[in-house]
Design a protein around this ligand. Structure first.
Ligand code: EPZ
Length: 431
């Protein structure tokens, strides 16, 4: 298995191109199942999760061709995908594939809406928490589907004549359930109202794409989505929005290592809360013509306290990165994780580098230390592993990160992007 080696202490200077958002690209690819026509997605990041989802969708009959990055002149523009699901040849999403990536469960809504039935493996738990799917199922039932759990599979059958619009009030904010129900509702009969919908920008991006495909959706960007169903969606061309989590990750990395970096292609409005938290640590954050400029030249890191919240609050997907930065703050900071019950696996790995972190339930108290020292650490999930990269950039000596396949799921060309800005980072490829 590949590892990443970092020798800390180098400042970061230069430009980092921000890729298209993984968490928009995945549901956008899934949305292609809603139409027999061609959906073209531009700025798709080249990531392990995207490639795995492509395999899953091909299993359902999707025809996918990729133009490749070289067809695109802009440095932060990704690949162009042409997706055609003319016929859905298989309405089953098997355990072997769904278990490897939770977002693949979101095929349930589009396949059910288009084919009248779907059989999708339950995704099961994962490293960051139990992550049930009750809200997804509640939404499908409200649209009239009959749901049965059989042998670890959700078997969903639409009523005669197809799904029917409904009013759905989610008791809890869920990104995935909002995506799933939103996509299904576009092909349901009549009006669907989703209340307490997640407002993450990636949902807005998918909704904008669905509108291009012929859907009628009001309230995009708000917690109430109103969808008028239609019997058929068309093809469209859509550009994936920039990745706010990748943006935040590199912004925190610059704050940690010190330096001056422009995050080209980044959009500040997608992560105001995280960037204002970063500014409170003593890092300068400014919008530029081409993106965002992050600067920290000398000076200490001020401690800050936050709790994770659904958008527009501080994102859980940046919690581990902020914690890595706080390990070197001039004082004590407190981070409360309110979204996932077990998203603190990075704590014990950061401790290997000398971080002083106490965990009590959902709250971590981080006492800043004068120095971190390089060590062998293990990546446990996608965002936790990149927090170890940030810590490694600050640590004295060499840090080696094992199990970097987690990083490859969500960060495109990470070593290249950082080393071009002066980081001493390399991938140790296993034979
Ligand atoms: C999405 O996951 C993201 N994944 C996650 O990013 C992100 O951390 C999460 O939203 C929160 O922002 C993608 O977009 C592909 P949720 P999702 O449903 O949709 C509970 C990353 O690193 N819940 O909003 O699975 C759930 O257990 C990934 O890129 C229910 O109780 O998250 C959690 O506590 C990791 N019942 C909370 O809601 C349900 O039916 C929020 O989960 C569904 C969720």
């Amino acid at each position: 298995m590949d590892r990443i080696s970092i020798v800390g202490g180098q400042r970061l200077n230069g430009t980092i191109p921000i890729s298209g958002a993984k968490n928009a690209a995945l549901p956008l690819m899934i949305a292609s199942l809603l139409t027999p026509e061609r959906l073209t997605l531009k700025n798709v990041p080249n990531l392990a999760d995207v490639n795995l989802l492509a395999r899953i969708l091909r299993n359902h009959g999707l025809d996918l061709t990729i133009d490749g990055k070289r067809a695109n002149p802009s440095p932060h523009m990704g690949e162009t995908f042409h997706l055609s699901a003319r016929d859905i040849v298989d309405t089953t999403a098997p355990y072997e594939l769904v278990a490897r990536m939770r977002a693949s469960f979101w095929v349930l809504g589009p396949i059910l809406a288009r084919c009248g039935r779907a059989r999708v493996s339950l995704p099961g738990g994962c490293a960051i928490g139990t992550r049930p799917v009750d809200l997804h199922l509640m939404g499908m039932k409200a649209l009239g589907a009959d749901i049965d759990i059989d042998g670890g599979y959700v078997v969903a059958v639409a009523p005669k004549g197809g799904l029917r619009g409904a009013r759905i009030i989610f008791p809890k904010v869920s990104v995935g359930a909002t995506h799933n129900v939103l996509m299904a509702a576009t092909l349901a009969k009549g009006e669907t109202v989703i209340e307490n919908a997640a407002r993450e920008p990636e949902i807005g991006d998918v909704a904008e794409c669905l509108v291009k495909m012929g859907a009628t959706i009001e309230g995009i960007g708000t917690s109430t989505l109103r969808i008028q169903g239609t019997s058929r969606l068309e093809g469209a061309v859509h550009t994936v929005l920039p990745d706010r989590i990748e943006t935040g990750t590199y912004a925190f990395a610059v704050a940690a290592a010190g330096g001056d970096v422009e995050l080209s292609g980044a959009r500040k409005s997608l992560l105001e809360t995280a960037l204002s938290a970063l500014a409170q640590t003593g890092t300068s954050v400014a919008e530029t013509k081409g993106g965002i400029r992050v600067t920290r030249n000398g000076g200490g890191i001020e401690p800050i306290s936050i709790e994770t919240q659904p958008f527009p609050g501080f994102p859980t997907d940046l919690q581990a990165q902020l914690m890595a930065l706080m390990t070197r703050a001039d004082g004590t900071s407190v981070i409360r994780e309110t979204i996932f019950e077990n998203r603190f696996m990075h704590v014990q790995e950061l401790a290997r580098l000398g971080a002083d972190i106490q965990l009590h339930g959902d709250t971590a108290t981080i006492k800043g230390v004068r120095q971190l020292r390089g060590a062998q650490v293990m990546a446990t999930d996608l965002r936790a592993s990149v927090s170890l990269v940030i810590a490694g950039l600050m640590a004295e000596g060499q840090t080696t990160i094992n199990r970097v396949y987690h990083l490859d799921r969500g960060f495109e060309r990470l070593e290249q992007k950082l080393s071009r800005c002066g980081a001493n980072i390399e991938r140790l490829v296993s034979a």
